[in-house]
Ligand binder design. Structure first.
Ligand code: GTP
Ligand code: MG
Length: 170
């Protein structure tokens, strides 16, 4: 959770988003039981842009979390330099499919741990084991509401993607 917030915190353009009120249509389809205060959800995707450097502009695509929109991921990973998997530690298991997906697609990714209320309930080793992450996958703490925090997550991703490519070329 926090994808829309993440894109919104850092984008220089007004992020394009497609929030919809969660209504009865969501009931029984999407698991919202553990996030009672959530009232909207992304129905298509989020889009934003951030310049990390004069020559380095990232285009951000926030994917829809709900399973029925996952077919869009196949288009998004084509040409993407990498991905951030935002992990909500209250709902760890929700992140398994995303981790599997990017491993399968061989797309470099970093795990951003969303510490709600500054609470990081899992240690890094614990998370790495629970998500069965390889030792090369960076794990960073992120507050999706904080621009600097989001930016530093993206910088970690770019560095990781670059070193993955160097590694692959050897
Ligand atoms: N404390 C805290 N709250 C956050 C953080 N990121 C998001 N939130 C809150 O969590 C709620 C949901 O965040 P969204 O950004 O809409 O989540 P999402 O991943 O886009 O959700 P879907 O579009 O439904 O998949 C919002 O009320 C945010 O204010 C964070 O890093 N820390
Ligand atoms: Mg969203």
């Amino acid at each position: 959770m926090g994808k829309t917030t993440f894109v919104g915190a850092v984008s220089e353009i007004v992020p394009l988003t497609t929030e919809a009120m969660m209504t009865d249509a969501s009931a029984g389809v999407d698991d919202v039981g553990l996030v009672p205060h959530k009232t909207t959800t992304t129905v298509a995707m989020d889009f934003g842009r951030v310049s990390l450097d004069r020559d380095l502009i990232l285009y951000l695509f926030g994917t829809p979390g709900q399973h029925r929109f996952w077919f869009m991921w196949d288009d998004l990973v084509r040409g993407a330099i990498g991905a951030v998997v935002l992990v909500d530690t209250r709902r760890l298991a929700d992140s398994f499919p995303a981790v599997d997906y990017f491993e399968e697609a061989r797309l470099p990714f970093v795990v951003g741990v969303n510490g709600f209320n500054g609470e990081y309930t899992h240690g890094e080793d614990e998370l790495r084991e629970a998500l069965t992450l390889g030792p090369q996958v960076p794990i960073v703490r992120v507050d999706a509401r904080e621009r600097e925090s989001v930016k530093s997550t993206l910088i970690t991703l770019v560095e990781h993607a670059l070193s993955s490519h160097v590694g692959a070329a050897r």
